[in-house]
Design a protein around this ligand. Structure first.
Ligand SMILES: *[C@@H]1O[C@H](CO)[C@@H](O)[C@H](O)[C@H]1NC(C)=O
Length: 438
């Protein structure tokens, strides 16, 4: 029987553990990056990099006197209150002593009205600019294993180091792979501190696409009119209900196309504030394979012939084509990559590529034949296609072949015997008739 004191001990242990684990908000090491304008109006704007430490909490407790590590200046130790708890995500809080660390960068931020068409109306309503006169920081964080990216705007009363998150933008789809034609969800969540005077007058969302320096607008949501201000990508939408009720600004693409691969930037505007997260979408489609000719013609030892394999409908472009041969002994061996053609791009953006293999049945020691396989290794998966190769008249026949040959020989022998008998007997008859006539 468990006695009461044991239970109490367990409770105590649980409470102590919980005290540590439940408030599992991290202490984040962060690079404090600041641009310093050159002295005396100099031209060069140098960037300074300093180590800093962010103590995260969800409830506003007064700062305890925190001991700064020797390599961090006490001025660069901050206390950040994040009522939404976004910064307490486990991917930002690795177990103590782990080698991998979340990435963090913090910058001074200057609140200013946006000039963008769908964000500028947000600043129409006037409010006390005193609120803006404070220390503002912008922080960008990347959790472990690409689980999370967060960007926050925090505010601290001037010259204090106690910040509070006013706006945070998050994504859990830092890197997404999607099959061609399927729907795609690019996650973006926003949170605005309801106690901030900036959060009452709406927000705007902008999704942009970027690929190799080429950028374009995907869609823009104007919070003032509560409408999509601009949609430049067919089939791109937001979930309005989720946007209003849960700050879910996720982008939905109805049908993934090859040209959708690239970087997506979700930018959220509050009056005077802006924060954004970036994510990568890769549309991945494995190839379909076909072999010509199929079936292969019967081969005679010493005869050479060509077999071709075409991989089509794949994206991205990177593909490895090769050939394999599996003999009747069940052993596989590589036959190399053959001669590859250049790639072609189809109307839907997918690629195709072929390889041609010269097979010399004698030289390659193909025996009595087997299976010729085309192998395509692609990001979307490995694909294989095979044809059977039959080599006839091979020099060392198997037992079945010998038996068959004996059978054929016997039949042939019988046939010859029969034919010669018929011929002889009819010849004799003719001679006899001639004799009678004479
Ligand atoms: C956001 O909305 C999309 C589309 O309705 C949904 O699939 C997704 O699960 C939502 N995300 C969250 C975190 O609620």
């Amino acid at each position: 029987m468990i006695n009461i004191s044991t239970i109490c001990t367990l409770c105590l242990v649980a409470a102590v553990c919980c005290g540590e684990a439940c408030s599992s908000c991290p202490v984040l090491e962060c690079w404090f990056v600041q641009e310093k304008t050159g002295r005396g109006g100099g031209l060069a704007a140098a960037t300074t990099l300093e180590k800093s430490l962010l103590h995260i909490q969800t409830d506003p407790h007064p700062a305890e006197s925190q001991q700064a590590p020797p390599d961090i200046h006490p001025d660069r130790v901050y206390l950040i209150t994040d009522p939404a708890g976004t910064l307490c995500h486990r991917s930002l809080n690795p177990p103590r002593g782990s080698v991998e660390k979340p990435q963090c960068e913090i910058n001074p931020f200057l609140p200013q009205p946006s000039t963008l068409k769908w964000a500028s109306p947000l600043t129409d309503s006037a409010f006390s600019p005193i609120y803006l006169q404070a220390d503002w920081f912008s922080t960008a964080l990347q959790g472990l294993n690409g689980q999370l990216a967060v960007s926050t705007i925090t505010r601290a009363p001037t010259a204090t180091k106690e910040h509070r998150v006013v706006l945070s933008v998050t994504t859990t789809t830092v890197s997404v792979q999607s099959r061609l034609g399927g729907p795609v969800l690019l996650d973006c969540g926003l949170w605005a501190d309801p106690s901030s005077p900036l959060s009452g007058s709406g927000f705007a969302v902008e999704w942009r696409y970027q690929f190799r320096g080429d950028g374009r607008l995907v869609l823009a949501y104007d919070g003032k009119t509560d409408r999509l201000a601009d949609v430049q990508e067919e089939g791109a939408t937001l979930d309005y209900e989720g946007l209003h009720q849960r700050g879910n600004a996720s982008l939905i693409l109805r049908e993934a196309k090859v040209r959708h691969s690239g970087l997506y930037i979700c930018t959220v505007y509050l009056p005077y504030l802006v924060a954004q997260v970036t994510m990568e979408l890769q549309v991945v489609e494995p190839p379909s394979l076909s072999i010509h000719p199929s079936p292969l013609p019967l081969a005679v030892p010493g005869q050479s012939f060509t077999v071709q394999c075409e991989a089509s409908g794949f994206a991205p472009l990177a593909l490895e084509l090769s050939w394999e041969f599996k003999g009747t002994d069940g052993k596989s061996r590589p036959l190399g990559s053959g001669s590859l053609t250049g790639h072609r791009q189809a109307w839907d953006g997918t690629y195709s590529q072929s390889t041609r293999l010269e097979l010399d049945s004698a030289e390659l020691d193909l025996g009595r034949g087997g299976e010729v396989t085309c192998v395509a290794v692609h990001l979307g998966g490995t694909r294989r296609a095979s044809v059977t190769l039959n080599v006839i008249g091979f020099s060392s026949p198997s037992i079945e072949d010998s038996m068959a040959m004996v059978g054929v020989a016997l039949v042939l022998y019988g046939l010859i015997k029969f034919v010669s008998w018929t011929v002889t007997s009819s010849g004799n008859k003719g001679r006899r008739q001639n004799a009678t006539l004479r």
